[in-house]
Design a protein. Structure first.
Length: 319
């Protein structure tokens, strides 16, 4: 297991994963936003090769290296979103993210760029927690799919009136705590659970997947890496939908791991600010946000733009 991922939030340097956007990158992106406001194109046809993005390419290589060879995440600070149109900001974000990996569908209908904003509904089967203002558990995005995204990227356009604090946690560090405290339960996390697919599938298709939360995979250097597909919420729903009771060992294992994830000091937290980007390795880190209270004015409501990125499998939702 890579030592670079064995970090705790309470000892992680404040500068870890943080990268400032150079002025030459901002200049390139200002030109892109202006060009697309003048001559719009559908987002899905935009490719970095169609624009002058030399400085941006170099910068996003550094961002990707920070994620892959560093703490598993990068916080890019920040883009001048206040002077771009919302369509221009989305286009810039799409192009920058495409320099890390290929954007893929986030819904079965092919939706490939996703507004994370409160729609006023409670979470449940068919309602993703990211479109509510409720507190989230630590999770990996799309844990219940065949080929989850490798990277998850969030671009902050507007913040909430109160709350909505972001948290990230290293599964490697949490795994080590689990090994020390609950070695008898740890191996259950490497065995299958039923996951609720959130109705993101073809009509009549099976409503659950069945796979472990943890797997050990060989990394590029020939070593071993831990990969996770974690969602306490989707596992509880998945077993209900499948009509299969969660076994006592499985219940004890996920509850013990949840308790570790939520211990003070293990996770790192930060307040998103407009123009910031968060990119994480979705196989190595979990993320969440606290509950929030939004602005009453719809034009000021909290808005993050999410992209899922992976170079494996197809572009379609199921990969």
């Amino acid at each position: 297991m890579s030592d670079r991922l064995l970090w705790r939030g309470d000892t992680l340097p404040a500068t870890a994963g943080r990268i400032a956007v150079p002025s030459d990158v901002v200049k390139e992106l200002d030109a892109v936003a202006a060009a697309l406001d003048r001559d719009p194109l559908p987002l899905l046809v935009l490719r970095p090769d169609d624009f002058a993005l030399k400085a941006s390419r170099d910068f996003m290589r550094e961002v990707k290296r920070t994620i892959d060879e560093g703490p598993g995440f990068a916080i890019v600070d920040r883009l001048p979103v206040d002077r771009w149109s919302q369509d221009g900001a989305k286009a810039v974000w799409w192009l920058l993210a495409s320099l890390v990996a290929r954007p893929v569908a986030q819904k079965w209908d092919g939706t490939s760029i996703y507004d994370v904003t409160d729609l006023g509904k409670p979470p449940g089967n068919g309602v993703r927690p990211d479109v509510t203002n409720y507190e989230q558990n630590f999770h990996t995005d799309n844990s219940y799919n065949n080929v989850p995204p490798h990277y998850v990227g969030l671009f902050c356009i507007r913040t909430a009136m109160e709350g909505g604090v972001s948290g990230i946690v290293s599964f490697a560090a949490a795994h080590e705590e689990m090994r020390k405290r609950h070695p008898d339960l740890l191996q259950r996390l490497f065995q299958p659970f039923y996951f609720d697919r959130q109705r993101e599938h073809a009509p009549g298709d099976v409503m659950t997947t069945h796979h472990p939360m943890f797997e050990r995979q060989e990394d590029e250097g020939g070593g071993e890496r831990l990969t996770a597909r974690l969602s306490y919420f989707q596992v509880k729903n998945g077993h209900k939908i499948a009509g299969v009771d969660l076994d006592p060992e499985g219940k004890a294992a996920i509850e013990a791991f949840e308790a570790i994830l939520n211990e003070p000091g293990l996770a790192a937290s930060f307040h998103f600010e407009p123009g910031q980007i968060q990119l994480i390795d979705n196989r190595a880190l979990g993320h969440r946000r606290t509950a929030f209270k939004d602005w009453p004015d719809a034009a000021r409501k909290r808005l993050l733009i999410r992209l899922w990125l992976r170079d494996s499998g197809g572009r379609a939702y199921n990969g």
